[in-house]
Design a protein around this ligand. Sequence first.
Ligand code: ATP
Ligand code: MG
Ligand code: MG
Length: 406
Amino acid sequence: SLPKHEANAVSPRNEESAVHGLSETIVGVLGGGQLGRMLCQAANQMAIKVMILDPQDNCPASSLCYQHMVGSFDDSATVEEFAKRCGVLTFEIEHVNVTTLEKLEKQGVVCQPKASTIRIIQDKYLQKVHFSKHGIPLPEFMQIDDLEGAKKTGELFGYPLMIKSRRLAYDGRGNAVAKSEEELASAVDALGGFVRDLYAEKWAPFVKELAVIVARGRDGTISCYPVVETIHRDNICHIVKAPAEVKWKIREYATEVAFNAVNSLEGAGVFAVELFLTNDGQILLNEVAPRPHNSGHHTIESCYTSQYEQHLRAVVGLPLGNPSMKTPAAIMYNILGEEEGEHGFQLAHQLMTRALTIPGASIHWYDKPEMRKQRKMGHITVVGPSLSNLEGNLATIIEGEKLDDK
Ligand code: ATP
Ligand code: MG
Ligand code: MG
């Protein structure tokens, strides 16, 4: 598409002149979905220029960014062309062409976080190998290449057994559970068969799922957000409660695991660390995302510095902000597509209209052109004096739906 403005990676003014505004670094974001959109919202407040690379002409970030280059973040030539226009490259999605990033880094392009981090994280199996080397507690895992191997792993880890696709997974779309040996073949088939590169994970008998957003600045400073509880439904993040209702010792331990995990990776930005809490007080790492994350949406309303502002500060090299909560409690509710098409839009509209009547509720609609079942279309955050108070408010909004379906 035609650039909205003439973009220059570096300021045209000479070096002695002062920076006009906060930062003149143009931030290039690979991906223009809802995370890119909310990055743009934070950037616009500070007049930081964000360029988006996304194949979809009308992607959620498109209308809010400084410039949108329509193209694939998987295509080498496109990413190279995009990088020329930016002062720093960052990501709203880890499923990008990492070989290109590594090549660009050698040419002096700044990627935050580093390409090495994206390489580790985009392959869940490599990610697990990396974290286990760094002493991070994880569910046991094993590569599986054929049905024989899967059966052996099942004998070793027991059932249910979680089978995962190594790459391109999101919203549980690369996961399949085998409840017994008989179900192994169908679970593998559901993921596209062994050609897809699969591995198995021991079932984590969690009582809660927790998440910690961890920020690292260009100078190496690390700062952790409060631990939250994430509630998934059909493998998709459904509700986030902040702060997590767990003993302070658990919070401290979860924060320590998250800190150590991020400390083992290279580069600046925010990272989301997904964790399992087991009934005997163990914390196991599920996965890390090298970018802002669904579990951090609540920070827009509930923290002094949102995860999006924090990410921008981190990648351009500004001081990090305060991650603490400025409200006692917050709950985030994902608006997922309930039905395809017009009726789906109607249901979402009704939900959001009900939310408008609730004090402390904020609505985020991502403006996705198409409504699909289970698709993340928007979210609602409610803030207030206590989680129990907010649970009541949320119940009013979602009417009749059960909040905590564990
Ligand atoms: P995301 O949208 O967070 O990127 P994803 O597709 O990468 O999701 P995972 O995070 O691997 O998927 O898993 C999704 C959910 O499935 C987890 O949040 C958890 O509820 C469940 N899950 C994953 N691994 C295990 C496990 N080993 N044992 C039990 N439950 C698991
Ligand atoms: Mg994931
Ligand atoms: Mg996950």
